[in-house]
Design a protein around this ligand. Sequence first.
Ligand SMILES: CCCCCCCCCCCCCCCC(=O)SCCNC(=O)CCNC(=O)[C@H](O)C(C)(C)COP(=O)(O)OP(=O)(O)OC[C@H]1O[C@@H](n2cnc3c(N)ncnc32)[C@H](O)[C@@H]1OP(=O)(O)O
Length: 170
Amino acid sequence: MEAKSPNESRTTLTDLVLPSETNPLNNLFGGELLARMDRAASIAARRHSRRIVVTASVNHVAFNKAIPLGSVVTVEAAVSRAFKSSMEIFIDVWVEDRESGRRTKANEAIYTFVAVDETGTPIQIPPLEPETDLEKERYEAALRRKQLSLVLAGKMKPKDATELKALFEE
Ligand SMILES: CCCCCCCCCCCCCCCC(=O)SCCNC(=O)CCNC(=O)[C@H](O)C(C)(C)COP(=O)(O)OP(=O)(O)OC[C@H]1O[C@@H](n2cnc3c(N)ncnc32)[C@H](O)[C@@H]1OP(=O)(O)O
């Protein structure tokens, strides 16, 4: 299978924060943001694999800045590494300043999607070839994050998590 670049899966969703999507402090609900990120990530996974995809895990979410009512929010997702059937998707969330139009980073998250066939069985996907320095950095660290996610899910024994163990041996 031919390798693809992160740009081929890059997916950008821009939308407003409406009153029905806010908490009592008039900021965007965390759950609403998780849903927007899942939607963008699923399209990115689908663009990379051209297969049916399912969310296997949410590996990391950081709500670094509250996003107020009326904000224009951009969710940008791209595949950061492809394994055999699973893909790591990196998601960056930006908020646009109403007056200057300047975008600031509000949040980031990492999801894992798996490509499956019509019966739900995992299926092989194309490899990913990172291009920029940031893409290379995210690609390099993805195996470590995959192993951590599998250990936490009880699907890998800690003793087999070679990349994680290497962190503590440096
Ligand atoms: C074209 C452009 C426009 C498109 C425009 C339309 C777009 C339209 C898109 C619609 C897209 C809708 C997207 C809905 C997304 C949901 O919401 S899906 C609903 C929520 N998710 C689910 O229901 C999934 C339920 N879980 C499962 O089906 C199975 O557990 C899974 C995920 C298929 C994995 O099955 P399994 O038996 O564990 O299989 P296994 O072979 O052990 O693992 C498969 C791979 O997953 C990895 N894996 C499994 N668990 C984990 C974990 N916890 N952490 C990390 N990796 C894991 C394994 O390491 C393995 O990786 P590879 O080495 O093969 O790469």
